[in-house]
Ligand binder design. Structure first.
Ligand SMILES: Cc1ncc(COP(=O)(O)O)c(C=O)c1O
Length: 498
């Protein structure tokens, strides 16, 4: 999807404001639509072999086998697939993704999961153990995030992940506020889950810029708050640049104006309290600040639980009640559910509880120390590579960019060496989110050696045809964002192609 040169002038002049709607109208014309679809298909074809590597290797089902397959055979196949996929993340080649991953820890969580794989937390009468685990996960997370330093009752629920915690928090503020035109004030660097909440719950998203340290601009926050504002959001830290927004000032502004303040601690909730104890300069971001009225913190990231849990915390039960769903006139009986899901996987809560309790404070301190030290090595190594610069002043989520070459080509070269890093937009950058996998001996050194070699390769060959660099490049520059989101939706379609 190359942009003709002749378009560049008007595109730069009018930008997305004009061309976005023009694109939306143009694609309704059948031959234009056909042409666009062909372009999309061409771009996705290149990704298909990578996304569907097993099509010809293992049995393939598009309808149920007439007779159930032998369990041992199935296990053998599934073991083979897992073995093929385990290498990269176990060796620490992924940014984020798996946060602990030690064999012993994983085996322990699997044992716990097996004990309760049939448990549905919705049925508190059948499985009061699930209720115990969830209540204690919430209490332990709240205590870590300052509940003991406030007289307010900090409470919450266990959810399926960071996105659900954020969705629920935004819905909660919307339902509490009862505004006809609710708005949320959100830094541009906040996680996409806030955009999802805005779309799902019909809340207007008011974006505020960040400054050159990648932190939210407090002045812009002040002027963005109006009588329709239901909540202000800050990240601790943000996904793209690992920057901690000025939560103290932002939450005070929210408090003065009588609106809620949500700290997105999905990434940092289980790191920052321990980093502070270790002597790192960590500003307050949680319930120690009186203006903070909710915090999301992901147990399935640096809480080291299995995938599928997070915690959403609120200042006060009155606020939390707006999250719940309850219905009394359904023929199926009295029905209530505290979170988005109906039935909930009790085994994940059990494994989460076991992760928290088996780690303990000393475990989190040790893990955080190792991560901070490895991240410092990686950060200073990146700073020593000519042509790269670090964005902001990060602790362990390290974004780097270049003013000399296409950073997405570096991403591509790193991918060839097996690394799964994240490409960022606005500005163009790449990040690595350091986890315990990177603290294994030699991983940080390998990362830096590979990065040096990748930069050298890009200097020799700055442009390539195909690959991910042009796709990222297009997504970063194309003025009609509709084309990019269309492409992403087709990518979703591809995921569900058998
Ligand atoms: C800061 C932040 N918030 C929210 C999320 C969303 O979490 P999840 O992917 O668990 O839904 C992430 C995920 O990386 C994140 O980094």
């Amino acid at each position: 999807m190359k942009m003709p040169r002749a378009f560049k002038g008007p595109i730069e002049r009018f930008g997305p404001r004009v061309l976005g709607p023009v694109f939306e109208i143009a694609k309704k014309v059948p031959f234009v639509r056909e042409r666009i679809e062909r372009e999309y298909a061409g771009m996705l074809r290149g990704m298909e072999s990578e996304l569907k590597p097993y099509r010809h290797d293992v049995p393939h089902y598009t309808s149920l086998p007439p007779e159930g397959r032998n369990r041992e055979e199935l296990l053998a196949v599934m073991r083979r697939l897992a073995e093929r996929e385990d290498g990269r993340w176990k060796d620490g080649l992924a940014s984020g993704a798996v946060y602990h991953g030690d064999d012993g820890h994983v085996a322990f969580l699997n044992q716990v999961y097996a004990l309760s794989s049939q448990v549905n937390s919705l049925h508190a009468d059948l499985w009061p153990s699930a209720t115990k685990y969830e209540a204690e996960i919430v209490a332990m997370t709240a205590a870590m995030l300052g509940s003991e330093e406030t007289t307010d009752d900090v409470c919450g629920t266990v959810t399926s992940g960071g996105t659900e915690s954020i969705l629920l928090a935004m819905k909660t503020y919307r339902d509490r506020a009862h505004r006809r035109h609710p708005q949320m004030v959100v830094p541009v660097t906040a996680h996409a889950a806030f955009d999802k909440a805005a779309q799902y719950f019909n809340i207007k998203m008011v974006r505020v810029p960040v400054d050159d340290t990648c932190r939210a601009d407090v002045k812009a926050v002040r002027s963005a708050i109006n009588r329709n504002t239901i909540v202000v959001v800050g990240s601790a830290p943000s996904f793209p640049h690992g920057a901690i927004d000025p939560i103290e000032e932002m939450s005070e502004l929210a408090r003065e104006r009588g609106v809620g303040f949500h700290t997105d601690g999905c990434l940092g909730g289980f790191v920052l309290p321990w980093a502070r104890r270790l002597g790192y300069n960590v500003p307050h971001f949680d319930f120690r600040l009186p203006g903070v009225t909710s915090v999301s913190a992901d147990t399935h990231k640096y809480g080291y639980a299995a995938k599928g849990t997070s915690v959403i915390l609120y200042r006060g039960k009155e606020l939390r009640r707006h999250q719940y769903f309850a219905i009394s006139d359904w023929p199926g009986g009295l029905y209530f559910s505290p979170t988005l899901a109906g039935s909930r996987p009790g085994a994940l809560s059990a494994a989460c509880w076991a992760a928290l309790v088996s780690m303990g404070e000393d475990g989190y301190l040790r893990a955080t120390k190792a991560i901070m030290e490895t991240a410092a090595t990686i950060r200073s190594g990146i700073m020593d590579i000519p042509g790269l610069r670090i964005l902001g002043d990060p602790l362990w989520v390290i974004a780097f960019a270049s003013d000399e070459f296409d950073i997405y080509r570096v991403l591509e070269e790193m991918a060839k060496k097996g690394w799964s890093l994240n490409g960022l937009h606005k500005p163009r950058a790449v990040h690595i989110c350091v986890t315990l996998r990177h603290t294994q001996p030699g991983v940080a050194e390998r990362f830096l050696d590979d990065l040096c070699a990748a930069v050298e390769a890009v200097r020799v060959q700055p442009i390539t045809e195909g690959g991910i660099a042009p796709v990222y490049g297009m997504a970063a520059t194309i003025p009609f964002r509709g084309a990019v989101t269309d492409l992403l939706r087709r990518y979703c379609d591809l995921l569900y192609e058998p």
